[in-house]
Design a protein around this ligand. Sequence first.
Ligand code: ATP
Ligand code: MG
Length: 559
Amino acid sequence: MEENTVTTSNFIRDIIDEDLEKKTYTKVHTRFPPEPNGYLHIGHAKSICLNFGLAKDYKGLCNLRFDDTNPEKEDIEYVESIEEDIRWLGFDWEDRMYYASDYFGKLYDFAVQLINEGKAFVDSSTADEIKDHRGTPTEPGQESPYRSRSIEENLELFTAMKAGKFDDGAHVLRAKIDMASPNMHMRDPVIYRIRKATHHNTGDEWCIYPMYDYAHPLSDWIEGITHSVCTLEFEIHRPLYDWFLIALHLENRPKQIEFARLSLNYTIMSKRKLLQLVQEGHVSGWDDPRMPTISGLRRRGYTPEAIRIFAERVGVAKRDAVTDVALLEHSIREDLNLRSPRVMAVLKPLKVVITNYPDDKVEELESINNPEDPEMGSRILPFTKHIFIEQDDFREVPPKKFHRLYPGSEVRLKNAYIIKCNEVIKNENGEIVELLCTYDPETKSGTHGSRSVKGTIHWVSEKHAVNAEIRLYDRLFTVEDPEADEEKDFKEFINPHSLDILNDCLIEPGLVNARPGEKFQFVRQGYFCVDPDSTADKLVFNRTVPLRDSWAKIEKKGK
Ligand code: ATP
Ligand code: MG
């Protein structure tokens, strides 16, 4: 990656530095372990940037591992989207793409070893019995009546489980640890269960599946992972993570390190709930531009650079906190400010006739593409007698400090002339349909000594403008924490105005061939990008983010 990312130190780096110094490890090898049961979201992006970022900074490696131990919920569609999203973010796992299911054979052998060493047993209790005997955080659990089965009997049963001799739920394999442990996860956790389900990778080869807590440390070990970075909820699982590695006498054990997951206000990050939004049609799909998914953000017009900078800015912490979504919006605005060409687009057009301008004249006016970057050059805009301006830029009765157009006022047309509004034409319903204005030929932009007026507005030439549909997005939820209400479901807080489609927008002619994904600043409005729904007949744009920067305001206030 080319950009200068500021790599701020954090507690994970401190741990790695110490490990390398003490030679606990001689290299850094991380992994990103998504479960292919949904599309990746901005929280995953943080984990991806962290894991791949650490590997890069320490000249180590980062694997992509699909953590696919739940056959029912997983799907190849998700596998493919995850690969695409990580690549798009700018990271590369080279030839190290793995599936936990690749290790089912090895994991089975490890389980047999645990049985042989008296460290695992087959429990024939029902799921409810196991639950009832678990105890509470303050009271010890009860040992299963099957806990003292002989090694031979355990081996025989486990082999029969694998061979498909039993129905789902008939038996489970449990680690034999300590039913009195204050840590509930250490109370003889289940490590294998019977599931007669077809798996997206292994098909019908297996009917017993390992549990996450068992599969994860062993998959890490098999891949030679040194630092297994995960989110805070796994902190309490860490003794179990270590227990499996120690019980199996494995050397060069990986180290689990936990950090606080990213949460954003006005945003849902649970894959289960995002799936609900998709399945129930509250959004158009996983890549709906209102979704916090990487594919949604991409379609909305976010860049990988903005997401990486955002991930760096939120940092890595040991305590959960909510990040303001305005920081994410600030990151994309900052990135697009530097790189996107400025163009003129009228969202809600109002016709203006410049009565003293020659009927058929087309004047070519030069306009620079990006004041932030002279190298982006300039373009020619056609100016004519009939133009459109934004409805919002005219008021028949102007409020105080309204420096735009109203009867008798003057305003500058960006890159063109100063015009004056002389007459308002209305239809039979009293709606304003057209303004009659005159222009001052002495005021062409860029002309030396031209006078100035307070307001400048954008415009397009009627004859040259290109028609477009523009989709304006707002936050998907109306409240900061849609999951906080005890009675109401999060879906009750869906913002009914999160999508506003404008159909009769007019764009300057140069954009006629704009391709999906291309990004622009519509002057005075915000950043927009071409949606994949765009066709040769009709351009479709998504508003990525408006110009107004609420984060900058928040920062200012804080000072
Ligand atoms: P679930 O367990 O509900 O399916 P998950 O969000 O944990 O969802 P995984 O696919 O298991 O999904 O996540 C892959 C990796 O991404 C894990 O290491 C997880 O810790 C990390 N991750 C998930 N959500 C976040 C988040 N909001 N912030 C940072 N990291 C996250
Ligand atoms: Mg998970």
